[in-house]
Design a protein around this ligand. Structure first.
Ligand SMILES: [Zn+2]
Length: 201
């Protein structure tokens, strides 16, 4: 089993202040979270920087990703380190991800810039049911959506600033390998948790 923060921004996102070096150092020092997905807004340079810095450390894993601002709301893709071609409709981004065997996650569906109930119209793989930046009732709506759609739920801090890192995480029944992790998430071999409590699905 591996514990992962599946939604983190770096200074390469225009609205975030977490330096890649800080992510690597904190992940290395963390007592049990040993992997992170870098999900900057519409850029992938932050992922490459974090990965480069992480290569000097053992036992931590950096998962490539991007949070795409689609015309209908935010969609996180994991397992790709490139941007989809525009126009960024939800369908185009999902097709792009599927062709690359990447994972699509409806990020914070019931927050501003979330897909909301429109999520039901699309073939996303996973719902973000626990977003570290949101109130519990907003996450509860996402949890209900995941149940209704029969999709796995994952957690990510959505950290934009250092003190927001690692507040919630996803436990995945996989070893420290990106492909294995993405396949396990898709199969629902996951549990979400926030620091101090864990939530079963
Ligand atoms: Zn985000």
């Amino acid at each position: 089993m591996i514990r992962i923060d599946l939604h983190v921004h770096t200074t390469y996102s225009s609205d975030a202040s977490i330096h890649p070096k800080t992510i690597v150092e904190q992940l290395y020092a963390h007592p049990f979270i040993k992997a992170v997905a870098i999900t900057d807004h519409n850029v992938v340079e932050g992922y490459y920087k974090v990965r480069e810095l992480a290569s000097a450390y053992q036992d931590i894993l950096i998962i490539p990703g991007v949070e795409v601002t689609t015309v209908n709301g935010d969609l996180v893709i994991l397992g790709v380190a490139e941007l989809p071609p525009k126009p960024w409709t939800v369908e185009n981004v999902i097709d792009f991800a599927r062709e690359r065997e990447a994972l699509t996650i409806a990020a914070h569906p019931y927050r501003a810039y979330g897909l909301g109930d429109l999520t039901k119209n699309y073939d996303v793989d996973v719902i973000e049911v626990l977003n570290g930046a949101l109130a519990s009732h907003v996450n509860k709506l996402a949890e209900n959506l995941a149940k209704e759609m029969g999709l796995p739920g994952v957690a990510g801090s959505d950290a934009h600033h250092v003190d927001e890192l690692w507040t919630v995480y996803t436990e995945v029944q996989a070893s420290s390998d990106v492909d294995e992790i993405l396949k396990a998430i898709k199969k629902g071999m996951v549990r979400v948790a926030s620091i101090g409590k864990s939530i079963h699905f």
